[in-house]
Structure formats: structure tokens, C-alpha cells
Design a protein around this ligand. Sequence first.
Ligand code: PGA
Length: 256
Amino acid sequence: MTMSISKMKALIAANWKMNKDIKEAVSFVKSFEKLIKNAKNIDIVICPPFTLFSELNQLLKNSKIKLGAQNMHFEDKGTFTGEISPLMLKDAGCEYVILGHSERRQYFNETDDLINKKVKSALRHNLKPILCIGETLQQRDNNKTREIIENQLINCLNDINENEIKNLVVAYEPVWAIGTGKNAAPEQAEEVHKFIRSLLLKIYNKKISDNARIIYGGSVKPENIKCLMKMKNINGTLVGGASLDPKSFAEICNAA
Ligand code: PGA
């Protein structure tokens, strides 16, 4: 059955990046949980650094907050110094995993081909991949946004069939909006989200396209969340900076 897009449950994910120690994370969760007591009909995910999984998994046992990772290797185990596997993430209580974040692409040379391997592996292990795609400012200025989005999406989903894809989340994250304080205008984001949905229709089918959660990331704050969430094809957000403070992240969750 296909669900109406506007009725889809929103997904609000926190990307803590390389921030917070155990003490800070525990104190965040304690204040944050009180502030989101009344939040309904949304999925809330926190993606902390790996060192916080064990503590947070305990703390979130009976909570509506889910755990996600910021990255993973595509192999199950082996001689890959410094890497973490999908099995380890599952063991640590993870349900989601961010893949292909622009910071991974930019600073760690991740390519679409590598990200494709990771997406396949995540889906195979029943982890929900949050696949990030997005254009740089230069690409947008050169009218290349659609071309970039289409190439990234097609390459990252290469050889993944319609039976495997159902847990996928796509995050549209324009690189120029990440950590800059300059979010995409809601209409600007909506246009790309709609385009992504049309690509999913082209690659897969109507059911997959209608049911896919397409979330927006890039300078989301309590001040802009409402306008973004009003857009038909925006089904949630991936929040960096504003997710580090329990009050502002709770405001975002409550508004969504
Ligand atoms: P930001 O980061 O909210 O700080 O712009 C978003 C992200 O990197 O996912």
C-alpha cells in the first residue's frame, strides 16, 4: 500500500559529528527526554560518535529515541584498521547509519562507488541507511544541481533492487548549507526533494517513490524548521550544529 506523502511520519536525526564526551552525552539525553515528552508521530534518531554507543544504548533502552551511526565500513569484519562494521553497529544497538555525508566525501575521499557498497551492506544487515547527496555552491551556480543529484543518487543506488530498498532514507544536504548558517530556502529544498522523488519513480516504482523518506539537512534551526516541514516532499531533517543543544534540538523535534 502506498502512503500519502504528507502523512508520512517525520524523521528527525541528530548528527553530532565529532562532538561530546560521555558525561556531556548523558546530560544531553536527560534534559532532552524531558523536553520531547509530548512529541508524537515522529522518529527521533541520535547519531553520536562511536565512543558513546554503549552508554547511550543503555540509557535509551526504553526510550523513543533511536541510535544511528555516522559512518561504517561495508565489510562484516577483517583487517581494516580503524574501521567499524555493520555487525558491530547492530550489536551496539544502532538502527540507522548516515552514509556519504559531504564531510566524508570531502575530507576522506569517499566516492559514490564506495558509498554504494556501504548502502548495500547496510540494507543487507537491516540497518536503515541515511544516504546523503547534495551539490556544492559552485555546482549550483553553474546550474548543475539536478545533474549532480541525479548522478549521486543513481551511482549510490547502483545494483540495489526494489525489494532491498525499502528502509532507505535519502538526505538532501546542499554542501553550501552545511554548518554555514545559510539554509536552503524551503521552496529551493522542496524543488530538489521533488526531483529526488521523481528519480526514485524512474529508477524503481511509484510505491517506493511515494514511501521514501527524503529529509533535508543544512543549517536547520528552531527558526526555520516549521517552514521547511511545511513542504510536501520534506519528510524530516538531519541536524548538525543545532542538535548539540538539548533545548534547540527539542524545539526542532516538537515543531516537526
Ligand atoms: P548543520 O549540519 O546542521 O550544522 O548545517 C548538517 C549536517 O551536516 O548533517
